[in-house]
Design a protein around this ligand. Structure first.
Ligand code: SF4
Ligand code: SF4
Ligand code: SF4
Length: 279
């Protein structure tokens, strides 16, 4: 059965219970951050922060209004990260979840460069890349993801994909009637269908999403030309080739939401280098 998560930004109240639940379920520890002049915290994803709530400030007359938008892996059907991973450490599970196998990940970071949503983060302690798993350990046991479980206003829902799409379209109709003329469902068709769809009250770019996400051309070239060469020649030359290729195609690797900066602990300076651990 195809499943999906639906995030309805019109219902999100910015309580960040989803952030906390994700850390608690996945045993991610807290990180020291600095005040950025906003209530948004932490300011970016990291190996310890697999989801966060972006606070987008909008000037309306003399007032400032907040719009909230969760940031997490989109679990793309057409997943660039999966396509580019040399040791095939990234795979689809239960048809929807895109999961990194820490035992197979070599820390090459190709997936970080390839992701159109700027999601995966390097963990220097374990020399692996990490991200949201869609709580595959929970959904394989008949439970919904931890972040969906705790969301009181039902801004986050999880279930059969066709039902999530139907709920989104029903809510979209109501939003349009309330005057949100730019409201739309993001992820129904993008990249073959996203495992995490968003019901947005404004344009995708307002919320920090690429309007038309694509697998970078460089990934296709990588798949067809460089990856077979690397299998023969070794990884270091391959990384140099990919980074050069991504640069030459204009890919910047970042469409993140407003106010975001890479947080401490990302590409981190903590000790325990090179040891693989699941924390
Ligand atoms: S738990 Fe729900 S309402 Fe609270 S911040 Fe997360 S998505 Fe928004
Ligand atoms: S959002 Fe990025 S990391 Fe997540 S599945 Fe898509 S390409 Fe991979
Ligand atoms: S699905 Fe699970 S791993 Fe992904 S953000 Fe939600 S709680 Fe975290």
């Amino acid at each position: 059965m195809a499943t999906a998560m639906l995030v309805d930004v019109s219902r999100c109240i910015g309580c960040r219970a989803c952030q906390v639940a994700c850390k608690e379920w996945n045993l991610r520890h807290a990180e020291r951050t600095q005040n950025q002049g906003s209530y948004e915290n932490p300011p970016d994803l990291s190996a310890q922060t697999w989801t966060r709530v972006a606070f987008i400030e909008e000037a309306v007359g003399d007032e400032v209004k907040w719009q909230f938008r969760r940031v997490l892996c989109q679990h793309c059907t057409d997943a660039a990260c999966e396509q580019v991973c040399p040791p095939k450490a990234i795979s689809h599970r239960l048809s929807t979840a895109v999961v990194i196998d820490a035992e197979k990940c070599t820390g090459c970071k190709y997936c970080i460069s390839a992701c159109p949503f700027d999601v995966p983060r390097y963990n220097v302690q374990t020399n692996t890349v990490e991200k949201c798993t869609l709580c595959v350990d929970r959904i394989s046991n008949g439970q919904i993801p931890a972040c969906a479980k705790v969301c009181a206003p039902e801004a986050v829902m999880f279930g059969e994909r066709s039902i999530m799409v139907a709920i989104a379209k029903m809510r979209l109709g109501k939003l349009k009637k309330r005057g949100f003329k730019d409201a739309g469902l993001y992820g129904e068709k993008e990249l073959g269908g996203l495992g995490v769809m968003f019901l947005l009250t404004s344009s995708p770019s307002f919320y920090g999403f690429p309007e038309k996400p694509t697998v970078p051309l460089s990934v296709n070239i990588w798949q067809d030309v460089f990856k077979p060469m690397i299998a023969v020649a070794g990884g270091g030359a391959g990384l140099a080739a990919l980074v050069s290729l991504l640069g030459s195609t204009g890919y910047k690797g970042s469409q993140r939401g407003q106010g975001s900066q890479r947080s401490q602990g990302d590409e981190g300076s903590r000790g325990d280098k090179g040891k693989k651990q699941s924390e």
